[in-house]
Design a protein around this ligand. Structure first.
Ligand SMILES: Cc1cc2nc3c(=O)[nH]c(=O)nc-3n(C[C@H](O)[C@H](O)[C@H](O)COP(=O)(O)OP(=O)(O)OC[C@H]3O[C@@H](n4cnc5c(N)ncnc54)[C@H](O)[C@@H]3O)c2cc1C
Length: 694
């Protein structure tokens, strides 16, 4: 008996060590594949039970797809991934206390800048497209890190560079870039968030000492939520009302909101400087690696030179001068320079969506549940309902990717040309895409969690942290509802000023033609056409999107005119607010579709092009179906056509399901970055089992 049990034990040890070896070998293989960015396909693993198989009609080369999506930036992302792969001590664990997370984030940031030799500030200045690609990769490592990095370089650095002049760049740029000068962007106050023009902090010029005196006049003016303030920041760009003493009045002259560099902690010992009070905003729903703080100022004196004076300056004798004639123009110019943060959030939100959709789809392929009698169970992605849930999300992710890629390129163009038309376009586009995409991603995260059943609820599978960390993307850098109103206002401005003969800015150009179609009667033959060729024709799809926007724009303008007579412009705007928000969203959907179609057309690889065309069709028709009531109400689509659209959406979801694995592999997020054990490429439960200790 003893001999037998010893034999069993050594057999089982042999088995275990063999298993261990296999496991290590498989890990190594996986790591190698991450680094080579070549998806690892093991036929035996991927083979599904018979009734789970779906015929794949599309030939897909994932590496070609990745190449097309990353547009030459793949190696930059890989550099970030490799850096963290080689430094496990810098990876954020699933469970981590706020204070430790903040310190880890600072160490991660310092390591990226000082060890990996990546200089985000220089990237942002010289190659914005690379900067945003890099921050997407950083966001995959930890969203707290991405936001902390954004605060340091895009907000604090960006405000000094864009709102200051040469003297500021000479003095601060190097220290910001190498992290010697960690800083904050102190705009929001307790009583004023979205309404930046009403901020109450004051900066009063003292002619005797040639200084500004910064004050928090009341509780409501306390700066709140300021990233990097609670622990690490040494400086802050403080937004305050510039006040000039007036010779003929006891009241100071209010020159509106300006930005000032205010040191908040000592360079020597990091102690808080006199007159500055800092409190910790505490534990948040997410992003706990970022140290948000509240700030108060009491007679804090800063040199006159600390006014970021690109758009307005004060001379030694207290004279104000600016090339811009009004407070409103200066304010718009100041805020206009800060759009980079919004571009980054829109782009980063797509990154979050990619991760989330990847996990949900890989899990849906792995998970088999129920099936026909006496047959193997089927993958849950073979349920029509599951396809309907996830395939449009996947299609939207592709659409958003191309739209934000366009936005980033326009932003880079704006930074070079400073062309007024481009500036206006980037401003409205970044507001619209940021709000539309972040709202969409926030909802999609819940859908993806739900699509993974109970396992979606395990923290290790990432939905909780992604959802919590991403949620605030809808609010900061401009609340989404407020930003969409800027888009609507811009559309109406263009409608009023330029519609008759003037040039519309590039992204708006379609409106002229669509307005013509809209104002004419819709063609009854077209409203009944239901063939696949017609429904999958990009001209029909674009026309449907743009027709809807043109109609909303025209009717919004009419309604505003009618209501403003009685309610005034503010009241009329509020009366039409829901209509205006729908208009803005509709416009943004039109832009997304247009950019998606352009991407399909310029794709050089025939197979990838046909794959993307399939996904684009699903995006377009799903959006039309989602708003079918509007199209039916306008008789743009007859009942037979509406039914045909619905059938086609279901069919396309089924077809996309057949290539869903390849489509998520195309996002190129390596397993060790994605980290969710249920969402790994190998399509197995083994990592999940290991996580709980088996
Ligand atoms: C984690 C975190 C980090 C942050 N980091 C920074 C930072 O580093 N620096 C900084 O300056 N700020 C920062 N902020 C502040 C952030 O920018 C503000 O929260 C944001 O601008 C919104 O302001 P608010 O919170 O006062 O909301 P409000 O503007 O009061 O909005 C509250 C609600 O009212 C609605 N609402 C407001 N106005 C309108 C309107 N006109 N029409 C319709 N609805 C309206 C909004 O949609 C929203 O639902 C941060 C915030 C958080 C939570």
């Amino acid at each position: 008996m003893e001999g037998e049990s010893q034999r069993n034990l050594s057999d089982s040890r042999r088995n275990i060590s063999k298993k261990d070896q296999e496991r290590s070998a498989s890990r190594l293989e996986r790591l190698a594949s991450h680094m080579a960015a070549v998806p690892l396909v093991r036929e035996a693993q991927l083979a599904r039970q018979e009734c789970a198989k779906v015929k794949i009609k599309h030939q897909v080369h994932v590496s070609t797809l990745v190449e097309f999506l990353t547009q030459g930036h793949q190696s930059e992302q890989e550099k970030v991934y490799r850096f963290f792969l080689e430094r496990p001590h810098l990876q954020t664990p699933v469970e981590i206390h706020k204070d430790k997370h903040r310190e880890l984030c600072m160490r991660q940031l310092t390591a990226v800048v000082r060890e990996a030799g990546i200089r985000p500030m220089e990237l942002l200045l010289n190659d914005p497209a690379s900067y945003f690609v890099f921050t997407e990769a950083i966001g995959h490592i930890d969203l707290s890190l991405a936001i902390k990095l954004g605060v340091q370089f895009s907000l604090w650095g960006g405000s000094v560079i864009n709102l200051g002049t040469k003297k500021h760049r000479d003095k601060y740029l190097a220290g910001i870039s190498n992290l010697d000068y960690p800083g904050c962007f102190a705009m929001t106050e307790l009583h004023h968030g979205s309404n930046v023009q009403a901020l109450q902090t004051t900066a009063t010029f003292d002619r005797l000492t040639d200084e500004f005196v910064i004050n928090t006049p009341d509780e409501g003016a306390t700066k709140w939520w300021i990233g990097n303030a609670a622990v690490h920041g040494k400086f802050a760009t403080v937004f305050a009302r510039l006040k000039l003493p007036s010779p003929d009045s006891h009241l100071d002259k209010d020159m509106g909101v300006h930005a000032f560099i205010v040191p908040i902690r000592s360079m020597e010992d990091h102690s808080v400087l006199p007159g500055v009070e800092i409190r910790d905003c505490g534990y948040k729903v997410g992003l706990n690696g970022v140290d948000n703080g509240a700030l108060r100022f009491s007679n804090v004196r800063i040199p006159r030179d600390n006014l970021l004076n690109r758009f307005g300056d004060v001379s030694r004798d207290g004279e104000y001068n600016s090339s811009l004639p009004t407070v409103n123009k200066r304010f718009a110019a100041t805020l206009g320079e800060l759009v980079g943060g919004r571009v980054g959030l829109a782009y980063g939100s797509v990154g979050v969506l990619k991760a989330s959709v990847t996990i949900a789809i890989r899990y849906a392929l792995l998970r088999q549940q129920f099936g026909p009698p006496n047959k193997p169970e089927i993958s849950i992605l073979d349920y029509q309902s599951h396809q309907q849930r996830l395939m449009p999300l996947l299609a939207s992710t592709y659409g958003f990717h191309f739209a934000t890629q366009y936005l980033v390129n326009r932003y880079a163009e704006m930074k070079v040309t400073h062309d007024d038309e481009v500036v206006a376009d980037v401003h409205a586009l970044s507001a619209g895409l940021k709000s539309y995409i972040t709202s969409y991603t926030a909802k999609a995260l819940s859908t993806c969690r739900e699509a993974c059943g109970g396992h979606g609820y395990a923290a290790v599978n990432r939905f909780g942290s992604l959802r919590n960390d991403h949620d605030i993307f809808q609010t900061f850098e401009g609340d989404n509802t407020v930003l969409l109103q800027q888009v609507a206002a811009d559309l109406l401005k263009q409608y009023k000023e330029k519609f008759q003969g003037g040039a519309l800015s590039v992204t708006w150009n379609y409106l002229r033609e669509s307005m013509g179609t809209y104002l004419n009667q819709t063609n009854p033959v077209v409203t009944h056409r239901e063939g696949h060729g017609h429904l999958r024709d990009p001209n029909f799809q674009l026309d449907a999107f743009q027709y809807r926007t043109a109609r909303l724009l025209h009717t919004a303008a009419l309604r505003l005119r009618k209501h403003s007579q009685r309610l005034g412009s503010f009241g009329a705007w509020n009366r039409c607010l829901n209509h205006l928000l729908t208009l803005a969203e509709s416009h943004i959907e039109s832009v997304i579709l247009a950019k998606f179609i352009e991407a399909v057309n310029r794709c050089p690889d025939k197979d990838v092009r046909s794959l993307l065309k399939l996904v684009c069709d699903l995006y377009a028709l799903d959006r039309i179906w989602e708003d079918i009531g509007t199209y039916r109400n306008q008789d743009y689509v007859a009942p037979n056509k509406a039914k045909a659209i619905h059938r086609l959406v279901e069919y396309l979801s089924y077809e996309v399901r057949g290539v869903a694995k390849e489509l998520v592999d195309g996002f190129g997020v390596p397993d060790f970055v994605l980290r969710a054990p249920i969402g790994l490429q190998n399509g197995q439960y083994s990592e999940y089992m290991q996580y709980v200790g088996f």
